[in-house]
Design a protein around this ligand. Sequence first.
Ligand code: AN0
Ligand code: CP
Length: 319
Amino acid sequence: MKHYLSIHDLPSIKDTVKEAIEIKKNPLKDQTLGKDKTIGLLFFNNSLRTRLSTQKAALNLGMEPIVMNFGSEGWQLEFEDGTIMDQGKSEHVKEAAEVISQYCDIIAIRAFAGLEDKEKDEAEEVLSAFVKYATVPILNMESSVGHPLQALADAITIEEHRPAKKKLKVVLSWAPHPRALPHAVGNSFAEMALAHEDDFEVVITHPKGYELNPERTKGATIEYDQKKAFEGADFIYTKNWSSYNDYGKVANTDKSWTITADKMAVTDNAKFMHCLPVRRNVIVADEVIDSENSIVIKQANNRTYSAQVVLKKILENLK
Ligand code: AN0
Ligand code: CP
C-alpha cells in the first residue's frame, strides 16, 4: 500500500481487521520494521486520540514520530496555484510538502473540512496537495471527507464484539450537537460498513435534511424514524454532522435525537459506539455511555492497532 487516504486503499478490510487483531496480541513484534524511519504528524486541527495513538503505533513499529501543529506553530500555507501571496499566507504547500518529505519517510495529515466551500472540501484541498507535492507516502488522520483510521478501528471493534449471528444490524445515528461538525467520520463509517455487504445490514438514521453525500451511502437504508431504526440493532454508532445539502449548516439541534436508554432498549442488546470526543447529555445520555454496552473506550484503544496495521503496510511497501 502506498498512501492511506480512504478505507478503499486497503486491499481487504476484513483481512486488515484480522491482521490488526493479531498485532494487538503482540504489538512490539515488528519493532525493527520502522527502525531509522521518521513519521511526521501534521495537525491543522485539534486531536487527542489520533495524535497519541498514531505516535504510539509508530513507536510500536520502532519509528521516530515528529509532530507539528500548523494552527499555532507553522507558517500559514497557501494551497491555491498562481496566487499573488501578498496577504496572510507565508508559504506555499509546494515548498512545504517537498521540504517535509526530506525529513520524513511518511507524512500524516489532519485537516478537517472548512464547511464553507463544498467543492473545495470534496476535492480534499489539503490532503491532495500533499499527495501531489510530497515525495513520500501520505496517511490521512481525518481529512475533509474521510477518517479512515477511525473507520478501521471501528471495524476492528465491531469484529471483537460481534454476537454470533450471520447478519448484523449496524445503525449509524445522527445526534444533536451545538456546533457545525464535518461529515468525515460518518462518511468513512458508512463506507466501511457498506463494504461488509454480506455481513452487515446498514441503516442510517437522521432528521430530514441531514442526508450524507449519497455517493458514500449507496446501499444503506435511510430511516428518518430513529426508534424504528434502532429496533433489533446490534451496534449503534452515533455521530453528529452538519447538513450536507445546505452545506455546513446546523438546522437541527433537536434533543429528541440524543441517545437515551429507552432508545437502546428497543435494540437487540446493542453495543454503543462513538469515535470521541463526545458531548455528554447532548449526543448521548450518561446512562448509555456509562452502561455496560458502551464500548467507546475499547474503540479508542483500537485506534493504535488501526494505525499500526496501516503503517506496517506502508512500511512494507517502502522496503
Ligand atoms: C471532529 C469531527 O466531528 O470530525 C473530530 C472527530 C474525530 N469532532 C469535533 O470537532 C468535535
Ligand atoms: N476520534 C478521534 O479522531 O479523536 P481525536 O479527534 O481526539 O483525534
